[in-house]
Write a protein that binds this ligand. Structure first.
Ligand SMILES: NC(=O)c1ccc[n+]([C@@H]2O[C@H](COP(=O)([O-])OP(=O)(O)OC[C@H]3O[C@@H](n4cnc5c(N)ncnc54)[C@H](OP(=O)(O)O)[C@@H]3O)[C@@H](O)[C@H]2O)c1
Length: 250
C-alpha cells in the first residue's frame, strides 16, 4: 500500500511556513503538482523563481492575504481557472488572543475572514471543479480550540468550531460526487504561530499537561493530513480528527 499524488493537483493555503510548508513539502515528495499561498509578495516571487529553476514548473505560489477581500477575490478567480484541483488543504489561519471585552471588531473581522470566510470561498470554488471531475479530497485545518476552548480564544474558537460545521455540511453534500471532506484538529504544534502566542513558560507548563509529554512536530500532523487527502481514503468523510497527543481527553 502506497500513498501517491502523481498527477494530482493539490492546493495548500498558508504553505510558506509552519504546518502548511510541511504539508507542501510532503505532497511534493509524493509527486503532486502544487498550488500554494503565502502573504509576502517578495518571498512568493523568489519561491516561484526557485520552483522554475528546479524544474518544478507545476508548483505555483500565489501571494494572497485572506484578511483582504480584494486579494482573496483575485485568488479565488485564479483557482477557478484551473481545469482540476484534486486536493484542497485549507490551512492558512491567524490568531490574536484577547479577553472578549477587550477584543477589537477589526480583529474579529480579520480572524473570521482568514480562518472561516476564506475556507468557505475556496471550498465553494474547488468543490464545483471536484464535482465535475467526480474526485476530490478536502482537509480543513481546525484546532483543539474548535473542540474545547480557553480564555482569550473567543474569536479563534468561533472560527474553528465554524470550520467544523463547514466540514460536516460539505461532506454530506459532496459525498455523492466522490469528494470527501474532513477536518484535522491539531493540539499544540511547534510553529511560529505557537511561539508568537505562548511564552516559553506556558509552553513548558502545557507540555506537561499533554499525555504524550510534548508538543507536536509539523510532520506528525502532516502524516494524518496526507492519508485523508489521498486516494487511500475512500470511506472517511465528515469527521474531525483530533491530533493532540491525548490532550483534550485528559
Ligand atoms: N500551531 C499550532 O499549534 C496550531 C494548533 C492547532 C491549529 N493550528 C492551525 O493550523 C494552521 C497553520 O498554523 P501554523 O501554526 O502552521 O501557522 P504559521 O506558522 O503561523 O503559518 C501560517 C501560514 O499562513 C499564512 N498566513 C498568515 N496570515 C495570513 C493571511 N492573513 N492570509 C493568508 N495567509 C496567511 C502564512 O503566510 P506568511 O508566511 O506569508 O506569513 C503562513 O504560510 C492554522 O489554521 C492554525 O490555526 C495551529
Amino acid at each position: 500500500m502506497k500513498i501517491d499524488f502523481q498527477g494530482r493537483t493539490v492546493l495548500v493555503t498558508g504553505a510558506t511556513r509552519g504546518m502548511g510548508k510541511q504539508f507542501a513539502d510532503d505532497f511534493a515528495k509524493l509527486g503532486a503538482d502544487l498550488i500554494l499561498t503565502g502573504t509576502d509578495k517578495n518571498k512568493i516571487d523568489t519561491l516561484n523563481r526557485e520552483a522554475k529553476s528546479n524544474k518544478q514548473s507545476l508548483h505555483k505560489y500565489y501571494a494572497v492575504d485572506f484578511t483582504d477581500a480584494e486579494s482573496t477575490k483575485k485568488f479565488i478567480d485564479a483557482i477557478g481557472a484551473y481545469p482540476k484541483i484534486d486536493v484542497c488543504i485549507n490551512n492558512a489561519g491567524i490568531n490574536r488572543i484577547n479577553f472578549i471585552d477587550e477584543t477589537l471588531l477589526t480583529d474579529w473581522k480579520d480572524i473570521l475572514s482568514a480562518n472561516l470566510e476564506a475556507p468557505f470561498l475556496i471550498t465553494r470554488a474547488v468543490s464545483s471543479l471536484m464535482k465535475k471531475n467526480r474526485y476530490g479530497r478536502i482537509v480543513n485545518i481546525a484546532s483543539i480550540f474548535g473542540v474545547i476552548s480557553k480564555a482569550k480564544r473567543s474569536v479563534y474558537s468561533t472560527t474553528k468550531f465554524g470550520l467544523r460545521g463547514l466540514t460536516t455540511t460539505s461532506a454530506i453534500e459532496l459525498a455523492p460526487y466522490n469528494v470527501l471532506v474532513n477536518s484535522v484538529s491539531p493540539g499544540f504544534v511547534l510553529t511560529e504561530l505557537t511561539k508568537s502566542i505562548l511564552t516559553e513558560e506556558e509552553m513548558k507548563s502545557l507540555s506537561s499537561q499533554v499525555p504524550i509529554g510534548r508538543f507536536a512536530e509539523p510532520d506528525e500532523i502532516s502524516r494524518v493530513v496526507l492519508f485523508l487527502a489521498s486516494s487511500l481514503n475512500t470511506y472517511l468523510t465528515g469527521q474531525n480528527i483530533v491530533v493532540d497527543g491525548g490532550f483534550v481527553d485528559v
